[in-house]
Design a protein. Structure first.
Lengths: 114, 113
């Protein structure tokens, strides 16, 4: 278990406050994407990448969120993702460039095989 | 409300092609794992699509995010409508929903039964 970075802490706080999840798992996948670093830095110098996260070695750039909340009832997949993205707009703008989202209702999460 | 030039370009692209994937890299050489995953799903279903490499066009790279109010790339469009990003496309394909959507919209797929 690695320590939770400041962005992960913020993501957890915002999702907890905004969606009152019955279950919330957040994983920092940044290590798996560390090889992007040099290429992204090279791309960033070619004309810039507006609003893109800084390229450094502090991690916290790729997250995976698995969230179960009653707030998703009756919402389409796109709407659910938009709800999560909207809550994390600052984090996405400042630093996080990939956010994998699994957004289910309590009923869906209870289904066998889900 | 009239389109900005970049919105007009996007609208033209997604209405003149049945299936369009805004991605990093090209379908042959994706430059991002998430884009590669969607290419793989579409290829598996056997649907023809147009790949637009946002890394070659900074205006589109930002414009497409504003257009769909969606912060990340890849983005899949079918018949002019935004379908979703990597997670959604994968989930829909796994549930058979993507195939149904394509069929309902009259897009040909080559999936062998």
């Amino acid at each position: 278990m690695t320590t939770q970075g400041p962005y992960q802490t913020r993501i957890r706080a915002k999702l907890t406050e905004g969606l009152a999840p019955v279950s919330l798992h957040i994983e920092d996948d940044s290590r798996k994407h560390a090889h992007h670093g040099p290429r992204m830095a090279a791309l960033a110098t070619q004309g810039g990448d507006h609003g893109h996260a800084p390229i450094d070695d502090q991690g916290e750039t790729h997250f995976r969120v698995d969230i179960v909340s009653a707030a998703f009832e009756g919402k389409s997949r796109v709407d659910r993702h938009r709800m999560v993205n909207a809550l994390l707009a600052d984090e996405l703008r400042e630093r996080v460039h990939a956010l994998a989202i699994k957004a289910r209702t309590p009923a869906e999460a209870d289904k066998p095989g889900a | 409300m009239s389109d900005t030039p970049v919105e007009a370009r996007i609208r033209e692209e997604i209405t003149s092609n049945d299936v369009v994937l805004y991605m990093k890299g090209s379908p042959m050489f994706p430059q991002c794992g998430f884009s590669a995953a969607v290419v793989q799903v579409l290829s598996h279903i056997g649907v023809k699509f147009k790949g637009v490499n946002v890394l070659e066009d900074e205006e589109i790279r930002q414009g497409i995010k504003d257009f769909s109010n969606w912060p990340t790339i890849p983005q899949l469009y079918v018949k002019g409508e935004f379908v979703g990003g990597c997670d959604i496309v994968r989930e829909m394909a796994a549930e058979g929903e993507l195939q149904t959507l394509l069929k309902d919209k009259g897009v040909e797929t080559a999936t062998a039964a």
